[in-house]
Design a protein around this ligand. Structure first.
Ligand SMILES: Nc1ncnc2c1ncn2[C@@H]1O[C@H](COP(=O)(O)OP(=O)(O)OP(=O)(O)O)[C@@H](O)[C@H]1O
Ligand SMILES: [Mg+2]
Length: 515
């Protein structure tokens, strides 16, 4: 309700209030302060119960500032805005920024509003409008920037999570060789440098154990050629010798020059050992086939030599019986021929065992029994007397369901004889059984010695037939080759740990499940 009659006093007060509001906005104080001052001046001039500013937000009309009692309700404000007239004692004027409603300027008077007062209200609303519209735009921009920042942050964290989850060490350097990314595995890996410590630093200062020149050459090659480079590296930084495959990958931020190099380090020790084992098995199989063929050819002439030797012996005996003077040396020669033929036959038989391990009947075998039987047989071995024997048998050892006790005794015997030879008749030999970690490696028997050990390059050869470091006549180099064949036939494996000058451990791992 607007009272169109005028009162000079009120008109003058309204003009004063408008002047005060304009002066306030010209003072360019913070928007909040200006609004509070304007609302206060307006209320005073109108002698209103309440003078407030409402804004349109996602929740509807929300009162943001108020001078006075602040009792107007949202519904009354909305109704007054829609009707353009007074509702429930509330009068509202739209505050319009550009082409949309920003909010409303609301007054609660205890009386009818005069024409000048209504104009004053509209004037103040128009004064407020551009300020609020501008503030609103800034606020929207801020919200947008915050949302975009959060999104970028999320994307960054997602990418970080991916590179942190890789089971590989990964870092990225820029053209100045400064670290720009450093993943979790690099924090815990070989040299354990934290990300905070690494980021921004020159890589050569961090990887100080590697020769700077070599490292720089590797990076420069990728920068210059734009091609992926791969290297293998041995390192003992973690205590044991491990093999790493290092890959350097070019990265381009634009479309032309390489701007960064990504380096990935992967521990390939197990993979490489697997490759070696595979190559070894292939080689042994090939040797086995070859040996089987050769042996077939050798067996026949050996039989002929043996028969001729026998024949010669009989003839000599006949001649002797008939009174001829037969030189004793001739009998010695024949004995030598016979012995050597027997030795050759033994070697041939052993080789046959290796190349075609007999598929002997298999049944439940207790490895602890196998150890006891082997030790009983070993008692008669000469070199065994001065050695200290330690026996550690696991009473809870699971049985091997498909085994051949005789062949397993043969394996253990070969390992014990090798250990005795390595110990040179002194020191300690430990025979140990223990339960393995998985059913495929369920029962383990180990023979450890304190002997001379085996150098790394030799380790890959010891299972080859005829590889021996023993004096001629002392070893044929077939012991381990035969062990290998038998253990394979049991679906097990043999492992060796050896330190030169300290000793070796040969470990046979057998499955405790039926296969
Ligand atoms: N416990 C050990 N310590 C050090 N070296 C060993 C050990 N066991 C085996 N070797 C090395 O491996 C080689 C091959 O062993 P393998 O048992 O196959 O043949 P050998 O003992 O030389 O001869 P054979 O067993 O046929 O009489 C040995 O000559 C030796 O150099
Ligand atoms: Mg041997």
């Amino acid at each position: 309700m607007t009272d169109l009659s005028t009162s000079p006093a009120r008109t003058s007060r309204a003009l004063d209030a408008l002047a005060a509001v304009i002066a306030e906005f010209n003072a360019a104080r913070p928007l909040e302060t200006s609004i509070s001052v304007a609302l206060g001046a307006l209320r005073q001039s109108l002698e209103a119960h309440e003078c407030s500013l409402w804004l349109h937000t996602a929740d509807g009309l929300v009162r943001t500032w108020a001078a006075g009692e602040a009792q107007a309700a949202e519904a009354s404000v909305a109704a007054a805005l829609a009707s353009g007239d007074e509702m429930d004692g509330v009068r509202a004027v739209a505050v319009t920024g550009g082409d949309r409603h920003v909010g409303a300027l609301v007054v609660r008077l205890g009386r009818a509003m005069q024409g000048e007062e209504a104009m004053l209200l509209t004037a103040v609303a128009n004064l407020l409008a551009p300020e609020l519209a501008h503030a609103e735009r800034s606020r929207q921009l801020e919200v947008e920037v915050a949302a975009r920042t959060a999104e970028i942050d999320r994307e960054r964290r997602f990418t970080e999570k991916i590179i942190d989850s890789l089971p590989l060490g990964l870092y990225v350097i820029d053209r100045e060789y400064r670290v720009q990314a450093w993943n979790r595995k690099r924090e815990t890996g070989m040299q354990g440098v934290s990300r905070d410590e690494a980021l921004g630093r020159v890589i050569f200062d961090i990887l100080s154990r590697q020769p700077v020149e070599m490292l720089r050459r590797e990076f420069d090659e990728v920068f210059a050629t734009g091609r992926i480079q791969e290297y293998q590296m041995e390192s003992s930084a973690t205590g044991s010798a491990r093999t790493y495959r290092i890959t350097k990958i070019p990265m381009r931020l634009g479309d032309s020059a390489v701007t960064h190099v990504i380096t990935i380090g992967e521990d390939v020790t197990e993979w490489r050992e697997g490759q070696h084992r595979y190559a070894q098995a292939e080689k042994l199989a090939a040797i086995g086939t070859l040996a089987a063929g050769v042996m077939h050819e050798i067996n026949n002439p050996l039989a002929t030599i043996a028969a001729c030797g026998d024949g010669l012996g009989y003839r000599l005996e006949d001649l002797q019986k008939k009174g001829a003077d037969v030189n004793k040396d001739l009998f010695d020669y024949i004995e030598i021929i016979e012995n050597e033929v027997v030795r050759c036959k033994q070697i041939v038989d052993q080789l046959l065992d290796f190349s075609r391990p007999k598929q002997l009947a298999k049944s439940r075998v207790d490895l602890n029994d196998v150890v006891e039987k082997t030790l009983f047989l070993m008692k008669h071995h000469g070199g065994f007397k001065k050695l200290t024997l330690v026996k550690e048998l696991d009473p809870a050892l699971p049985v091997v369901p498909l085994g051949n006790a005789e062949q397993l005794v043969q394996v253990l015997m070969a390992l014990m004889i090798n250990a005795t030879d390595a110990n040179d008749g002194q020191g300690t030999i430990t025979v140990r059984t223990r339960t393995g970690p998985t059913p495929t490696d369920g029962a383990i028997v180990e023979v450890s010695d304190t002997g001379h050990g085996i150098a790394r390059p030799e380790l890959s050869k010891i299972f080859e037939p005829f590889y021996t470091t023993k004096a001629p006549g002392r070893g044929t180099g077939l012991g381990l080759a035969i062990c290998y064949g038998i253990v394979q036939d049991h679906r097990g494996r043999i492992e060796v740990d050896s330190v030169v000058g300290k000793g070796s451990t040969f470990r046979v791992l057998l499955p405790t499940i039926e296969w």
